[in-house]
Design a protein around this ligand. Structure first.
Ligand SMILES: [Fe+2]
Length: 255
């Protein structure tokens, strides 16, 4: 086989349309319960997004409303009430998708108090708990809180680490060192699929690819707040990049 034919074969393989990537059956980060955070605004909104996700092979959605003292004072009761409401509507419409709810906890003083006081926390899988921080500034107690949660038997999941400007340095080497410190403490990394599309900008895309390349990824999520996010995520599921992500040893489909 000549060199040109070889190159052509590789090119054809890489760009073959409709090549089935392994399916992402479980999405574990989204904002699909109506009107309790900055995600879905109505029941219709929620059902439309859930249906669109399910049409792309998602069989279980673990949705994660924000719990953030300053803006969204959600409680397990509020979240479960909304979950029941949406589940009922799914049932009425004969929509066959499993919907569960946990939360995305924002690292603030209220959350730290909840951990200290051992208040009931919303988790998914085997005591996994999704946590985000401010995008610009870390929290001085970040690693301590992760540690305290682990002592209590939780498995902290760091939501979209690629999005935090405070971890991104001008040289990749330094960026990786900053992430390594957190990764080595045994925290699970959840990257957003949107990050790989450039949706949040080139820097975040670069960091997401860097973390993927280094195997610093345990879970992925859509972090869908609106239909636009669902559409972009569904489209990226047709790409080679998605195949590369799915080749990582992700925990999603075991949830
Ligand atoms: Fe989120």
């Amino acid at each position: 086989m000549g060199l040109f034919t070889k190159i052509q074969k590789v090119f054809n393989r890489d760009s073959a349309p409709g090549k089935a990537a392994s399916a992402l059956e479980v999405d574990m980060h989204s904002h699909l319960l109506p009107a309790i955070d900055d995600g879905s605004k109505s029941l219709d909104d929620s059902l439309a997004m859930i249906e669109r996700m399910s049409s792309f092979g998602v069989r279980k959605i673990i949705t994660t409303p924000h719990i953030m003292y300053e803006f969204y004072r959600n409680t397990p009761e509020i979240i479960h009430q909304k979950l029941d409401f949406v589940r009922e509507a799914l049932k009425e419409r004969g929509m066959n998708v499993a919907l569960e709810a946990a939360a995305e906890y924002y690292m603030d003083d209220a959350f730290i108090d909840m951990v200290k006081n051992k208040e009931p926390l919303l988790t998914f899988g085997e005591k996994l708990i999704l946590i985000e921080t401010n995008y610009i500034q870390s929290h001085p107690q970040l690693l301590q809180v992760f540690f305290d949660l682990k002592i209590q038997g939780f498995k902290p999941v760091f939501a979209h680490p690629e999005r935090y400007a405070y971890l991104t340095k001008s040289r990749d080497k330094d960026t990786l060192a900053a992430y390594q410190r957190i990764f080595d403490s045994g925290v699970l990394f959840q990257l957003n699929l949107l990050s790989f599309t450039g949706y949040y900008g080139p820097q975040i895309k670069h960091t997401a690819e860097l973390l993927l390349k280094e195997g610093m990824i345990h879970l992925v999520g859509s972090d869908a707040h609106k239909m636009e996010h669902v559409r972009i995520v569904n489209a990226m599921k047709q790409t080679r990049m998605f195949e590369r992500i799915m080749a990582a040893d992700l925990m999603n489909n075991q949830l």
